[in-house]
Unconditional design. Structure first.
Length: 180
């Protein structure tokens, strides 16, 4: 089963727009036979896992031993890691594609880590999608800098919504692994 690793905030609660959009993302991926991988805790991580599970797909969570509480109840598999950086490496390693929903510094760290792995050739290019207006200034600034340095730009696609991200990812994943 192909897997999309999803990065995002732990803050959204059930019923809030960001949470419900993440449930929809997980459901759309799951309905297409694509599993999800998240940081395993609450907020967006729980929502994506819930959507994937309800659609019959696998939902992996990567947590930290002694970390931020209990893994969410929707996970089919939990991978515990000893450090934040081991967790991020596992999140990257589990993904056939990546999506960053709105979030804080942790989400920024995860997005830029996967982007840098691709830039440095430590990871073959895979689809990376950043959802929402919050990412536009950062993506534009970083792509401008990369262009000024003569390096490849456009590795991260921006989407306006989780629904658009699902469409992009599912179209891109059509070239990865088995057909849908």
């Amino acid at each position: 089963m192909r897997t999309v690793t999803v990065f995002g905030s732990s803050a959204p609660k059930p019923g809030e727009p960001e949470y419900e959009a993440a449930v929809g993302l997980g459901a759309a991926l799951g309905a297409a036979g694509v599993g999800t991988c998240t940081g395993g805790y609450g907020g967006v991580m729980e929502a994506v896992s819930k959507g994937a599970r309800e659609a019959g797909a696998e939902a992996t969570g990567v947590t930290i031993v002694g970390g931020w509480g209990e893994a969410n109840r929707y996970l089919t598999r939990v991978l515990e890691r000893g450090t934040l950086f081991a967790r991020i490496e596992t999140l990257i390693g589990e993904g056939d594609a990546y999506v960053a929903l709105p979030g804080g510094t942790g989400t920024l760290l995860e997005l830029t880590a996967v982007w840098e792995y691709v830039n440095k050739g430590f990871l073959d290019p895979k689809p990376i999608v950043a959802v929402g207006d919050m990412w536009k200034p950062a993506l534009d600034a970083l792509d401008a800098r990369l262009a000024a340095e003569g390096r490849r730009t456009g590795r991260v696609t921006r989407a306006d919504s989780a629904e658009e991200a699902a469409r992009i990812l599912l179209a891109e994943l059509g070239g990865y692994g088995s057909s849908m």
